[in-house]
Design a binder for this molecule. Structure first.
Ligand SMILES: Cc1ncc(COP(=O)(O)O)c(C=O)c1O
Length: 325
């Protein structure tokens, strides 16, 4: 990866190389951070970068800071302001991934912090397709999805992602593209970094929020778009064997987009390709994130144009080290 020129550290735009923290940082030892993954899509015909669902992502991030009982940290406006400024500073002319992370910094070696400082970073990197394929193969992981009473999976806590990593490593070692994790009761939860939908007899099914999932923003988008298409969607418990009987399966997430699953545990799903309903949902999503559906245009934030910014955004940004790399 070629490094972007700038990052944000504690609200200041700094050169990428300067966005570093001390080895005693609490989050490095204990995974005590909350983060988001946001996407911006580049529209070459307008020479414009549009961020999809920025408000929803920042809202979720700020709410999740409360789950870890962070007493301080950036406000939604500060995060919004910094995101827009950083994207403008880096000036990418391609699809971009945005990673805000709020975490516990230096202060104590103990697990329970007393005077811990909350710090935050914001990174933006060019990123194309996450899984790199239109159709992926999956295995049901031998790792159980962590459950709500262990670590809240919905809170996007850094430490939770060791669960995703283990499942993803296992799947890759076994020759699959992605893992599907089950709850401790053995019902379907989600992919390592994506929510999951099944299609059966022209109807969509997805695990309920109580199934130890991250309640994905893309999952919500899929439900909205499916309704527009006249498709019915049901949130419920899904048995493992329903995966093998599905007509179609797809995974969805901000990073991954919407990706068809052609195989689970060596069993072909449908004809092993992108199914007809999955294709419709993918096409609608693609139109929405590229600003081609009027109904969803208000979920986009334009970066290089004259999009209205929250109050603080009018302040000129301070580059703590403006020198070129
Ligand atoms: C575990 C997990 N599930 C689902 C998702 C999809 O969430 P969203 O659509 O909000 O990106 C993610 C996203 O990174 C994730 O990490």
């Amino acid at each position: 990866m070629t490094s972007p020129r700038y990052a944000v550290l504690d609200g200041e735009i700094v050169r990428w190389e300067k966005a570093t923290v001390h080895a005693s940082t609490h989050a490095l030892h204990y995974g005590t951070g909350v983060f988001e993954g946001v996407r911006a899509y580049y529209a070459p015909e307008e020479a414009e970068l549009h961020v999809w669902e920025l408000d929803a992502h920042l809202e979720r991030l700020v709410r999740n800071m409360g789950v870890l009982e962070f007493r301080e940290g950036p406000t939604k406006d500060q995060l919004w302001d910094a995101t827009v400024k950083l994207l403008r500073a880096n000036g990418f002319r391609e699809d971009t991934y945005i990673r805000p992370l709020v975490f516990l910094g230096e202060g104590t070696i103990r697990v329970r912090p007393q005077t811990q400082r909350t710090r935050w970073v914001l990174l933006t990197v060019p990123l194309g397709s996450y899984l790199g394929k239109k159709v992926v193969s999956c295995m049901v992981s031998s790792w159980t999805r962590l459950s709500n009473n262990m670590l809240p999976p919905a809170a996007k806590i850094s430490g939770c992602y060791v669960n995703s990593l283990l499942a993803s490593l296992e799947a890759a070692r076994a020759g699959y593209d992605e893992a599907i994790l089950l709850t401790k009761e053995g019902t379907v939860s989600e992919g390592s970094v994506e929510n999951i939908f099944l299609v059966r007899r022209k109807k969509l099914y997805t695990p309920s929020v109580s199934e130890d999932i991250l309640e994905g923003i893309t999952r919500g988008n899929v439900m909205d778009l499916a309704k527009d298409l006249g498709l019915s969607v049901e949130e419920r418990r899904i048995a493992r064997s329903e995966l093998y009987h599905a007509d179609e399966i797809f995974l969805c997430g901000t990073g991954a987009g919407i990706v068809a699953v052609g195989e689970v545990d060596g069993r072909q799903i449908g004809d092993g390709d992108v199914g007809p309903l999955t294709r419709q949902v993918i096409e609608q999503y693609d139109l929405a994130v590229h600003g081609k559906l009027v109904k969803y245009r208000n979920r986009l934030t334009s970066i290089y144009g004259t999009a209205p910014l929250p109050l603080e955004a009018e302040r000129p940004f301070r580059e703590t080290d403006p020198a070129e790399p």
